[in-house]
Ligand binder design. Structure first.
Ligand code: UT7
Length: 321
């Protein structure tokens, strides 16, 4: 059995900040941001919480799937920006939805979060343990970026996306591949609470996201292309046989490099990075929901999803829609 997506949903905060708005507050320009990243605007949480956005996206996915929250057996929620350490945003979403029969688990794999969570759902479904799973990717990155650091704050946005998966014999995830390289973790760093106890009082060193942009850029281009190549090869497919590539929306130049490497048709790489910025673990399900609602994905379409980012982590999925 394969994990097959039967419903999608998403949520974006109401407040939109354009590059022009940012240029009024810091030394940057629309021209610089667009030429380096493709981003024109991003949504930023003002009233919204991480769990609240996730629950809204999840409810929309359940409605799309025609499923009641009480039917869910598991909630897998990917985020690096929860509202609390305890309870997890996964448990908060369970409560908000009234998904009383679901176990709720949170997963931190930064921008690969949704892809890794979907792979985890696949493993549970393959093992025959559960058949009805909600997978969510949600981020409020705006609270983790340093708004005085123009090299990072212009990149990120907030939002949530969700998918309901059930077991299918012929459709859904056919194969996936996923990796981590913890030795390169410093390339994209944000500290948690420092050690503070009876014996020691450490200072918080890296309160906000710090990134070696060029290192992450090179990593992304190389590893995404490589993981898609591997997935295509072991499934006997050429890049042209894929109908749609849903890549993590970090940067339009990274996506352009992957298209060039695969010698693929650019029309098969839809984007929303220009409107949403980099929403980390939420970007893949946000784009997926946009495509699903627009009727862009047809039964039997071959779809590749790729996530990459902090950890470092990366991975790709091959699925039949
Ligand atoms: O989910 C994965 C997340 N990470 C990513 O996707 C990031 C991947 N990396 C990138 O996309 C690019 O490295 C960035 C867009 C972050 C930066 O582009 P870059 O071409 O690597 O720029 P840079 O860091 O080499 O900086 C070039 C110049 C510097 O000025 P000097 O030293 O040449 O005078 C920066 O200070 O651009 C300057 N700069 C800016 N200028 C205007 C940096 N940020 C800005 C800005 N506006 N916002």
């Amino acid at each position: 059995m394969n994990a097959h997506i039967i419903g999608t949903g998403s949520f974006l905060p109401e407040k939109v900040i354009t590059n022009f708005d940012l240029a009024e507050r810091m030394e940057t320009s629309d021209e610089w941001i667009v030429s380096r990243t493709g981003i024109r605007q991003r949504h930023i949480a003002v009233e919204e919480s991480t769990a609240g956005m996730a629950a809204e996206a999840a409810q929309r996915a359940l409605t799309d799937a025609g499923m009641q929250a009480g039917e869910l057996e598991m909630i897998l929620l990917a985020t690096v920006s929860p509202d609390h350490i305890v309870p997890s945003a996964a448990c908060e979403v369970q409560a908000m939805l009234g998904a009383v029969n679901a176990v709720a688990i949170e997963l931190n794999a930064a921008c690969s979060g949704f892809v890794f969570a979907l792979n985890t759902a696949q493993a549970y479904i393959r093992a025959g343990i559960y058949t009805k799973i909600l997978v969510v990717g949600v981020e409020t990155l705006s609270k983790l970026v340093d708004w005085t650091d123009r090299s990072t704050c212009i990149l990120f946005g907030d939002g949530a996306g969700a998918a309901v998966v059930t077991a299918s014999e012929n459709r859904g995830i056919m194969d996936f591949i996923q990796f981590s390289d913890g030795a390169k973790g410093e390339a994209l760093l944000c500290d948690a609470r420092p050690l503070h106890n009876l014996f020691v009082r450490q200072e918080l060193k890296q309160e906000y996201v710090k990134m070696d942009g060029q290192e992450v850029f090179k990593f992304a281009v190389r590893r995404v292309s490589e993981s898609i190549d591997q997935l295509l090869e072991r499934n006997g497919l050429s890049s042209g046989e894929i109908d749609c590539y849903i890549l993590h929306q970090a940067n339009a130049r990274i996506i352009a490099s992957v298209i060039k490497h695969l010698k693929a048709d650019a029309d098969k790489f839809p984007t929303n990075v220009e409107r949403c910025g980099n929403t980390s673990g939420a970007s893949v399900p946000l784009l997926l929901d946009e495509l699903n609602r627009a009727g862009h994905l047809k039964e039997g379409d071959r779809v590749i999803m790729s996530g990459f980012g902090g950890g470092l982590t990366w991975g790709s999925i091959y699925m039949v829609w």
